[in-house]
Design a protein around this ligand. Structure first.
Ligand code: ADP
Length: 191
């Protein structure tokens, strides 16, 4: 089993790259953002509770995403590991994930960190807003807040990976294919 975390600010390409990495290495792609948006779309009680938080670009409570991830891990079969996209987003989530994996005799093997400058992020998300229908992509103030939340709450998780010797910085600017290749080069070292 290999477990990979993909990190990077909103708009850095985590989702796009995760889909093809998951395919190539037979990993289950777990995106907490996608899971939460599915709850919103299905108008579940949880989705309704999370809607305002997500629209403002704030983080939903840690226990909500931790619970979602645990449930997915436990019902997965036939995969060679997981690629975690948009999770963990806080140090508390990272600690919970580590415990969750340890309890199942697994560990985090690699942390890929996509690096993209703020101007490029803003451009990408504004473009994405035109097709995604995502309320949190449409408003510049919300985008800025998401970037701020990333720097304040999620970047400390990278330090956690750096200390564990599993984090790899990857230039996230370029063609989708080139970035994919850069990510694969790192993955090849752990498969
Ligand atoms: P982005 O494109 O900003 O990286 P995501 O699709 O990963 O967005 O997430 C969208 C929103 O869902 C976040 O802004 C946040 O409100 C919520 N969310 C997703 N994952 C998490 C998480 N691990 N912890 C808390 N909130 C999350």
């Amino acid at each position: 089993m290999i477990n990979v975390l993909i990190f990077g600010p909103p708009g850095s390409g985590k989702g796009t790259q995760s889909v093809t990495l998951a395919e190539k290495y037979n990993l289950l792609h777990l995106s907490t953002g996608d899971m939460l948006r599915a709850e919103l779309a299905a108008e579940t009680a949880l989705g309704k509770k999370m809607e305002a938080i997500m629209a403002a670009g704030e983080l939903v409570p840690d226990d909500v995403v931790i619970e979602m991830i645990a449930r997915k891990i436990d019902c997965t079969t036939g995969k060679d590991g997981f690629i975690f996209d948009g999770f963990p987003r806080t140090v508390q989530q990272a600690e919970a994930l580590q415990k969750m994996l340890e309890a199942r005799s697994m560990k985090i093997d690699l942390m890929l960190v996509l690096e993209v400058n703020d101007a490029e992020l803003m451009n990408r998300m504004k473009k994405r807003a035109l097709v995604s229908g995502r309320a949190d992509d449409a408003d510049e103030a919300v985008i800025n807040n998401r970037i701020d939340v990333y720097r304040a709450k999620t970047e400390p998780v990278i330090e956690y990976g750096r200390q564990a010797g599993i984090s790899r910085q990857v230039d996230g600017v370029g063609s989708i294919g080139d970035i994919f290749e850069r990510l694969c080069n790192h993955l090849e070292t752990v498969v």
